[in-house]
Ligand binder design. Structure first.
Ligand SMILES: NC(=O)C1=CN([C@@H]2O[C@H](COP(=O)(O)OP(=O)(O)OC[C@H]3O[C@@H](n4cnc5c(N)ncnc54)[C@H](OP(=O)(O)O)[C@@H]3O)[C@@H](O)[C@H]2O)C=CC1
Ligand SMILES: C[C@H]1O[C@H](OP(=O)(O)OP(=O)(O)OC[C@H]2O[C@@H](n3cnc4c(=O)[nH]c(N)nc43)[C@H](O)[C@@H]2O)[C@@H](O)[C@@H](O)C1=O
Length: 304
């Protein structure tokens, strides 16, 4: 039986939808569903009771750039505890595979096109030092459990994701969700301006959440590897170009104004996904502009 942790989150919900559509049996858990993964004893008891054979680990304490700045100690504490509990419970109950997503912010700040062999080649960007570190630590933990106990964990490094059921909030959201929310509201309220944080120059690669979910599900059956593997297509867009695209899709006539008092974060984040594409036999199925349209439509219907 597959267990999806973090099943109520953005990625977890879409993984569950795809598993259901494929007719695969799975269980869901999350903090609000009753299992706090920071609690090692509760996590072990859950695994002993339900005996999952595979885990897709979508649980995390995470948010966009401002969330990371406001909650660094909680990011450190909560995510490390979750990783420790999960690995220990999986080892104790003989889980056959864990699929573990790692955020692209685990890559060095100075890198532009992220390649697996450069994963350790420099310091993380200050804005994501804590979250990038705890995700890196989840790979180190997986490696340690693999070395000592033979635990099979596949670690997939995903680009920034977007899509239906994302978070569309000022503080918590990543840039795409936040800007869709702001621009849709500005159009509705006939506001003359929308504030875009930072210089607008940072480049991000955007992965549709359903393409990311598909990659994770493929990770259940892929050949084992104890090295982190990228998922992406090496195509980025600047934040201001992305905001202009959202503006066009929404049909907003006002002005985009940069607030340079807000942080830019890492200047460039795109990934060389060639290893992941080969390992998972995966290519993204969703066109970026269509994906943005679908996300805007979802937000207008459900989120606002
Ligand atoms: N979103 C993105 O752009 C990207 C995400 N990723 C990775 O994907 C993973 C999921 O991210 P995302 O879906 O965006 O995150 P969300 O914040 O949307 O979801 C987090 C999930 O984790 C659960 N959770 C949080 N704390 C605990 C806890 N103490 N015990 C049990 N469950 C807990 C939440 O449960 P509840 O709702 O019940 O509180 C929720 O289901 C993360 O590892 C992230 O780094 C990687 C690249 C990009
Ligand atoms: C995937 C990874 O992603 C995160 O890192 P990030 O990519 O830097 O985060 P972001 O999406 O929040 O911002 C991207 C860029 O966009 C700009 N920007 C403009 N206007 C808004 C805006 O309104 N909101 C936000 N959040 N950003 C904005 C913002 O100033 C920055 O230049 C990690 O926190 C980490 O949590 C993580 O997992």
């Amino acid at each position: 039986m597959i267990l999806v942790t973090g099943a109520t989150g953005f990625l977890g919900k879409r993984v569950c939808r795809q598993l259901a559509a494929q007719g695969r049996e799975f269980m869901r858990t999350s903090q609000s569903l009753g299992l706090d993964l920071r609690d090692a004893a509760a996590t072990l008891a859950f695994f002993e009771t339900h005996r999952p054979t595979e885990v897709i680990n979508c649980a995390a304490y995470v948010g966009g750039i401002q969330f990371g700045t406001k909650h660094p100690a909680e990011l450190f504490h909560n995510n490390l505890l979750m990783t420790l509990s999960l690995l220990a419970a999986a080892k104790a109950t003989g889980v056959a595979r864990i699929v573990n997503p790692i955020s692209n912010c685990a890559y060095p700040a100075a890198a532009t096109l992220f390649k697996e062999e450069e994963f350790w080649d420099g310091p993380l960007h200050d804005s994501v030092m804590v979250y990038g570190f705890v995700r890196k630590a989840s790979w180190v933990g997986a490696w340690a459990y693999q070395q000592q106990y033979g635990l099979d964990v596949i670690n997939l490094i995903l680009s920034n994701m977007y899509g239906p059921e994302d978070h569309f909030e000022e503080e918590r959201s990543h840039a795409m969700g936040a800007l869709i929310m702001k621009i849709v509201k500005a159009k509705r309220e006939r506001a003359p301006q929308v504030v875009v944080w930072g210089s607008g120059r940072p480049v991000r690669e955007w992965l549709h959440v359903d393409d990311g979910a598909e990659a994770l599900i493929r990770g259940l059956d892929a050949a084992a590897t104890n090295q982190p593997v990228n998922v992406g297509v090496a195509q980025g867009i600047s934040i201001i170009e992305m905001a202009e695209l959202i503006k066009r899709v929404v049909g907003y006539q006002g002005e985009l104004v940069l607030d340079t008092s807000k942080p830019d974060g890492a200047p460039y984040k795109t990934v060389d996904g060639s290893k992941g594409a080969a390992l998972l036999q995966w290519t993204p199925a969703r066109d970026f502009e269509q994906g943005v349209r679908d996300t805007v439509d979802w937000y207008i219907e459900h989120g606002s």
